[in-house]
Ligand binder design. Structure first.
Ligand code: LRH
Ligand code: MN
Ligand code: MN
Length: 427
């Protein structure tokens, strides 16, 4: 199924009077404060968020999976789904692949297919947390940190192969997430495991093309429950610093212990020029991988407040970060969930752009926490939904993507095309 502009235009036409009214209201208020609304709209339009190929099907939990039907069965169909999302929201113009879940067979054809949907390939992800059928050595007791050099070699080679696939597709970065860790005190030598991980990462780093970046994810627990080799941003930063200029930390919002000040981590990494990318999701308890903004929209805004400050800092050495979603869907239609996630990210970004930075700095210099809070919350409580809708409409996408998804019967059409029982590979 493909969505054409005329279908979207006719849906937009019906919603237009309502949209005009709310857009004019917010425009007047913001222009009155000296903010250029058209510039904001353009910034939102150029902010593109990569969709994870593994999140287009139902994920479920270790207790069960409840597929809703019409899930993509091949890489081509995953690309089609991201194409549908991008047609609806004009904000998800890239896909992030997980290898070996998505090995591209015919590169030229896959590239042409993605281009036909105006999609780029973002970071490629390696997978040394599962054993594959044809694999010689098991990752049960780790991969890049393993005690056995042959297992480490196999894991390094897998990463090098992922880089080769990514290169062929036009990706420019590799994301490494390791499940490596232990579940019992005494099981693993912390120092040796970290040293071996660094040594293995060095080999992978050396195998990257000169214009590639490596993103190192951290996570405090799961699948192992006593220790994780790369447990936190500090460990990731330590590895990235030792590896070289093109190695960075990747922040996955779900990979923190409760109440961690993630916005401060973002600020610290940007100060060091070491924030490489983001995996957006939301959570209440752990790595819940829920819809972005579903639980803690204020935290998301505070994170974007730091991101915007870091990106606007002309002296910053931090490169433009890679934006990706990393979610899993158990109850919602995966595509509707992703539409909601993209919108939540755009809202937080737009609100952060509204923050009066000079006034905030003045309040900070004057040690005025009341005023600082007023300034931040004035931006956070501004309803910027009409701005995001306008950004979409100007890019030929839907004023209301979730409503359009339903009105165009996207899922029903996909179920008809792919069947009720089709299952995607992924989480
Ligand atoms: C690990 C993780 C990592 C993986 C993805 C499937 O929890 O966040 O990014 O690649 O999930
Ligand atoms: Mn992740
Ligand atoms: Mn995760």
């Amino acid at each position: 199924m493909r969505i054409d502009k005329n279908q979207i235009n006719s849906l937009n036409k019906k919603a237009l009077p309502d949209h005009r009214e709310s857009f004019e209201y917010i425009s007047q208020r913001l222009e009155g404060k000296g903010i250029s609304v058209q510039k904001l709209v353009q910034k939102v339009q150029s902010f593109q968020i990569a969709i994870p190929s593994w999140a287009l099907g139902t994920g479920g939990t270790r207790f069960g999976r409840f597929p809703g039907g019409g899930e993509p069965r091949t890489l081509e169909e995953k690309i089609d789904d991201v194409g549908l999302l991008h047609a609806l929201n004009a904000g998800s113009g890239a896909i992030s692949l997980h290898i070996p879940w998505d090995i591209p067979k015919d590169i030229a054809q896959i590239k042409a297919h993605a281009a036909s949907h105006k999609l780029l390939f973002d970071a490629v992800n390696s997978n040394t947390f599962q054993d594959q059928a044809d694999q010689e050595h098991s990752y049960k007791f780790g991969s890049l940190c393993h005690t056995d050099a042959q297992v480490r070699k196999q894991a390094v080679n897998h990463n090098l192969e992922v880089i080769r696939h990514g290169e062929a597709l036009g990706s420019k970065s590799l994301t490494v997430w390791l499940a490596d860790g232990s579940s019992f005190p005494g099981q693993m030598n912390f120092r040796k495991a970290l040293q071996r991980t660094l040594d293995s990462l060095k080999e992978i780093y050396a195998g990257m093309p000169d214009d590639w970046k490596m993103f190192i994810e951290y996570k405090p627990y799961e699948p192992y429950f006593y220790h994780t080799v790369i447990q936190d941003w500090g460990t990731s930063h330590l590895l990235a610093s030792q590896l070289g200029e093109r190695a960075y930390t990747l922040v996955d919002l779900g990979h923190h212990l409760p109440n961690t000040n993630i916005e401060q981590i973002v600020a610290t990494l940007m100060m060091q020029g070491k924030l490489g990318g983001f995996h957006f999701n939301d959570s209440k308890f752990g790595d819940d991988d829920l819809t972005v903004g579903a639980m803690k929209p204020y935290q998301l805004f505070l994170i974007f407040n730091e991101l915007v400050e870091g990106m606007q800092d002309k002296e910053s050495r931090n490169p433009y970060p890679a934006w990706m979603i990393d979610a899993s869907h158990n109850l919602k239609d995966p595509m509707e969930d992703l539409l909601q996630s993209v919108e939540a990210i755009q809202l937080a970004y737009a609100q952060a752009l509204l923050v009066d930075r000079q006034a905030l700095e003045d309040a900070r210099e004057a040690n005025d926490p009341v005023l600082a809070q007023e300034i931040l919350q004035d931006a956070f409580r501004t309803d910027v939904r009409p701005l995001i809708a306008e950004a979409r409409m100007q890019a030929d996408a839907a004023l209301d993507p979730v409503a359009a998804f339903r009105k165009l019967n996207v899922r029903e059409n996909l179920v008809r095309e792919r069947g009720k029982k089709s299952m995607a590979t992924g989480l």
